[in-house]
Design a protein around this ligand. Structure first.
Ligand SMILES: [Mg+2]
Length: 322
């Protein structure tokens, strides 16, 4: 076993032993053939898995390892949030190039574990291998929620109102600067480098029985709204002037970035008309941006001018490593 792998495994094992036992979700972790999870009675299990690939989801020259580790876990936690669930445990498989400095791995783990601690999620296992080309991380997050309470994409109905949490486009705006060759201080652009998964917002929305459908904004509003519409067999109307455009430097991001930019990890959800939806949940602003319609079209209502179909300009990952 090469040294980095040994260090990694012992590091992960230490984390598991330090995992908060109060939650009681982990009956046995690293050191056995499988992690053994305790399922709370009358709960269902959520599982999500996401790749983080060098050159596709991050670049070593743009993203410090702490940010890569944070974003790796944030993607999984955000998917658990999108269903209204509580995270239970995370599993990490890493393929690392032989020449990767141990410091990079340590900082990557550091960034991931700070976020894990913040959400009380034990890292309960994983695997390591050497990679012939580039860093590859696969995160699996297991969550739970009371049986029948998962918030789906397929349950929006015509007449429902559409809401988003937080502000949109901030992550894509930072990415645009990186593409333009700017060096960024990660602490000044948390929306991109250290996004906050909306676990608490989603949990409160589910418990208050406010939401009829929900998705997390990983690919961008225009694409993720289409996922809701396709799964629910409905259309939507979105009002351009209501979109919460992220603050950026001295102003706000362009509308296009707020509509199409990915990786904000905010929530998009629907609620029946007449439901009292708070203006903020767990300190995060909630904004009414449109409504669900019959038919299958997604329409953008501009501030002035004529309505147009909102095309899904999907999130483009970095096209190549170099
Ligand atoms: Mg998702």
């Amino acid at each position: 076993v090469p040294l980095p792998e040994r260090k990694l495994i012992s590091g992960v094992r230490r984390e598991v032993q330090r995992a908060p036992s109060g939650r009681g979700s982990l009956a046995a972790g690293i050191g056995d053939d499988c992690a053994l999870l305790r399922v709370p009675p009358r709960h269902q299990i959520l599982v999500t898995t996401d790749f983080t690939l060098e050159g596709v989801h991050f670049r070593r020259e743009w993203h410090p390892p702490r940010s890569v580790g944070h974003r790796c876990l944030a993607r999984g936690l955000s998917d658990i949030a999108a269903m209204g669930g509580e995270p239970v445990a995370a599993f990490l498989s890493l393929a690392l190039p032989a020449k990767l400095p141990q410091k990079w791995v340590d900082d990557f783990m550091g960034g991931l574990l700070v976020l894990a601690k913040q959400f009380g999620v034990p890292l309960a296992g994983g695997d390591t291998a050497s990679s012939p080309a580039g860093i590859m991380a696969d995160i699996v997050v297991v969550g739970a929620l009371p049986r029948g309470e998962a918030v789906l994409r397929s349950t929006a109905r015509p007449g429902d109102l559409v809401f988003v949490s937080g502000a949109l486009g901030g992550s894509a705006a930072a990415l645009q600067l990186l593409y333009a060759g700017k060096r960024l201080d990660p602490r000044s652009y948390p929306a991109h480098f250290f996004p906050a998964p909306r676990i608490e917002v989603a949990r409160r929305l589910r418990r208050a029985e406010i939401v009829t459908s929900m998705i997390d904004l990983s690919d961008g509003l225009s694409t993720d709204l289409r996922h809701i519409c396709e799964e629910s067999r409905v259309g939507a109307e979105i009002s351009a002037q209501s979109i919460p455009q992220a603050k950026f430097r001295d102003g706000a991001v362009e509308l296009d970035l707020a509509l199409h930019g990915g990786e904000d990890y905010e929530l998009l959800f629907t609620a029946r008309p007449g439901t009292r939806v708070p203006r903020s949940v767990a300190g995060v602003p909630i904004t009414h941006v449109g409504r669900i319609t019959r038919g299958r079209k997604i329409v953008l209502l501009p501030e002035n001018g004529s309505r147009s179909e909102l095309e899904s300009r999907g999130w483009e990952h970095f096209r190549s490593t170099r």
